[in-house]
Design a protein around this ligand. Structure first.
Ligand SMILES: [Ca+2]
Ligand SMILES: [Ca+2]
Length: 322
């Protein structure tokens, strides 16, 4: 192994067989050695299967299907055909690039993070699966993973061998704008507020339920219609509903101040959800929305206090689900 490490050029860490343990692929060989050293030319590209405890065992080319003769260089993992099995691409010096289709891995769950503007792939984020009390490997979304190469930002996470639970959502999503996400009802709630804003002046929407309306603030008689639409669109983009909302429900109430320049301060949780993921999701939605659009010029004060409620798989009071 010590000898072997000398001659790899690129290392790709990924779970190539879908068993939940990280494996490693090494691109090998190097011909540009000094004249007194013979060239490194004994590798065909090596797959090492991880046992999840720090051990790796070499997989033969006959088994892995990887047998590249010549100088291998950059390599990257990506599930290019979206079948839940990680595929492999390896470049060579002076020879064709090899693309290997993974045909035998146990298919996993494809996860693509949707980051904020400026970092749409969420580079720097770490993704882990959790099954029971067991965590899967931590995957960092990275750009530039090795020699002139970059792994896909779409992660493939191994799934448990036996179903842990079957979750059936028995109500259709009432929120078509959050396609592909679990039901979260901020937009429905906001539609309620927009009803108030139709008549030029936005009213101070007072609470009418157990935990208040979806958005509370005092417009001071200023037309907040266009501002509110942009603000809401921003929150929607930054609001990632956790998968817990497939089976659980809850709501989170936050308060904060929006300043003239659009900066948001004093963000705090007025009412957390018993589901921690919901609280974090709501909090981050506002955090990522900072700074938002500058307040309307006519607004008389330095800042406007807001109270916003996020609903997860739950209907806001006062009927926000039309
Ligand atoms: Ca593996
Ligand atoms: Ca694939």
């Amino acid at each position: 192994m010590g000898r072997f490490v000398e001659v790899y050029f690129e290392l790709v860490a990924a779970d190539f067989d879908g068993d939940g343990y990280e494996d490693v692929f090494l691109s090998q060989n190097f011909f540009g050695t000094r004249s007194e050293t013979s060239r490194y030319d004994a590798g065909r590209g090596l797959l090492l299967r991880g046992d999840g405890h720090g051990g790796f065992a070499a997989v033969t080319g006959q088994q892995s299907g990887v047998a590249i003769y010549g100088e291998q260089r950059g390599a990257a993992a990506a599930d290019y055909d979206r079948d839940g099995r990680l595929d492999l691409v390896v470049t060579q010096v002076g020879a064709e690039t090899k693309l290997y289709h993974n045909e035998s891995a146990r298919p996993g769950l494809r996860v693509r993070l949707a980051g904020p503007t400026g970092n749409p792939e969420s580079v720097g984020a770490v993704v882990r699966s959790k099954v029971g009390d067991e965590f899967g490997p931590a995957r960092e979304i990275h750009c530039g993973s090795g020699y002139w190469s970059q792994d896909s930002a779409v992660q493939v996470l191994a799934l448990p061998t036996a179903p842990q639970a079957t979750i059936v959502r028995n109500e259709p999503s009432r929120n078509p704008t959050l396609e592909g996400r679990p039901p979260g009802l901020l937009s429905d709630a906001i539609r309620n507020v927009q009803k108030y804003s139709q008549g030029e002046t936005l009213q101070n929407v007072q609470g009418n339920g157990d935990f208040g309306p979806s958005i509370q603030f005092d417009s001071k008689g200023v037309d907040f219609g266009p501002w509110l639409r942009r603000f809401i669109a921003q929150i929607r983009r930054n609001w990632f509903v956790p998968y817990a909302a497939m089976s659980l429900r809850g709501h989170v109430v936050l308060s904060f101040k929006v300043h003239r320049d659009g900066s948001i301060t004093e963000l705090q949780i007025n009412q957390p959800s018993a589901i921690d993921a919901f609280t974090k999701s709501a909090f981050n939605a506002i955090k990522l929305t900072n700074p938002t659009v500058p307040l309307p010029l006519e607004f008389p004060d330095e800042n406007a206090p807001f109270i916003v409620s996020f609903y997860f798989n739950e209907t806001p009071p006062g009927g926000g689900s039309q």
